[in-house]
Design a binder for this molecule. Structure first.
Ligand SMILES: *Cc1c(COP(=O)(O)O)cnc(C)c1O
Length: 367
């Protein structure tokens, strides 16, 4: 018996290259795009281990848990790391980056997370890119939580390494990811004796075996099902239009914020200023004494399909995440999420909550 997921013809090099071109179009980039055969942490680690030279100095911007992980990898590479930590309720500014670069002129690598689904903030990459370019450092960007939800423009912003994954706003698979690599970044990798080679983490292997060979022969069997899912996801985005997809995410974030503000009961947007809030997911701060994981559990008991989660680690006490991305960037999903949180909050604390007012605010803000 044949099975639709199992008995597939091999994925050809031509088809693989065509999927790469569609990713390049999504990023509006002329840089080389490599589709990594694993979740986004694979190219993120590959970029850092290839670009960070032992004995060099890197600026690592920490606006959430991913930045913390990247700092650990950088240190592991023998790089001196200047951590620029920003409170999770706000974004980093280009001025703060410029200050760090002025104080540490030896910095030659800058790592930044564009948007963090885990903390709900987003950083002004266009302005930061200008500062990093003027300094001359290589610019590494984790755009996993921004691609599809807000503009990501590696060429226009001077990003040398731009990593994306399809599992958030793109509504696609988690098992493959992609990175655009500038000429400068390839040169840096090639000059770095510590850059992974003949390794699953190696981007240079993909350059030598795949790109420089004219994309004729794949270096190893690709993650076929995930590649097909990525192709389907790109087709769906092209059919909807990237602008429409991004507008849906912007509406979801604005509507969640407006709904929560109208709700009352002490629940508040975690990110103070709406301009610093990521379109991919909205984080909320629970009122003093209300455990966020308990509140989420109560809301999910009423409707387990809602995209609600408590923050990770210590944030589970005080942060609720509304993960309104992909197909959940939807007015009804947002309205139901805010209403379920409001109802659960009223029940747990006895606080006055205006669920009907919150529903109206969601609808008004969506338009
Ligand atoms: C989601 C996300 C990733 C991918 O990590 P997962 O834990 O596998 O989802 C990487 N970087 C950022 C900023 C993300 O939000």
């Amino acid at each position: 018996m044949t099975h639709p997921l199992l008995d597939l013809p091999p994925l050809t090099a031509d088809r693989f290259a065509a999927i790469e071109r569609r990713v390049a179009a999504l990023l509006d980039t002329e840089q080389d795009v490599v589709i990594a055969q694993g979740e986004a942490l694979l190219p993120l680690e590959g970029c850092i281990r290839s670009g960070a030279r032992p004995g060099s100095t890197a600026l690592n911007v920490v606006t959430g848990p991913y930045g913390q992980t990247f700092g650990d990898w950088l240190r592991d590479c023998g790089t001196t790391v200047v951590d620029l930590e920003v409170p999770f309720h706000t974004a980093v500014t280009a001025g703060e980056i410029a200050g760090a670069l002025e104080r540490n002129p030896e910095i030659d690598f800058v790592s930044l997370v564009h948007a963090e689904a885990a903390t709900g903030n987003t950083n002004p990459v266009a302005e930061i890119g200008e500062v990093v370019r003027a300094h001359g450092a290589l610019f590494h960007l984790d755009a996993v939580a921004s691609i599809g939800a807000e503009p990501v423009r590696p060429d226009a912003w001077g990003v040398d390494l731009c990593v994306i994954g399809a599992q958030k706003a793109m509504g696609g698979p988690a098992g493959v990811s992609a990175v655009s690599v500038s000429t400068r970044a390839w040169e840096r990798f090639a000059a770095n004796p510590a850059a992974p080679r003949r390794s699953y983490l190696s981007l240079l292997d993909w350059k030598e075996r795949w790109i420089d060979g004219g994309r004729k022969a794949l270096p190893h069997a690709p993650a076929q099902l995930e590649m097909l899912a990525l192709e389907a996801c790109l087709e769906r985005i092209e059919a909807e239009g990237l602008d429409v997809l991004m507008a849906r995410h912007a509406s979801a974030a604005a509507a969640t914020r407006a709904g929560v503000l109208a709700l009352g009961g002490g629940l508040e947007p975690y990110v103070y200023d709406a301009k610093d809030a990521a379109p991919v997911a909205t984080t909320l701060r629970t009122p003093a004494g209300v455990d966020a994981s308990g509140l989420v559990a109560a809301a999910l008991a009423a409707d387990p399909s809602l995209p609600l989660a408590a923050g990770g680690g210590a944030l589970a006490k005080e942060m609720v995440r509304v993960n309104h991305y992909g197909t959940d960037a939807d007015r009804e999903v947002v309205e139901s999420s805010v209403a379920a949180l409001g109802t659960a909050l009223g029940r747990l604390t006895g606080a006055a909550v205006d669920v009907a007012g919150a529903r109206r605010a969601v609808t008004e803000a969506w338009a």
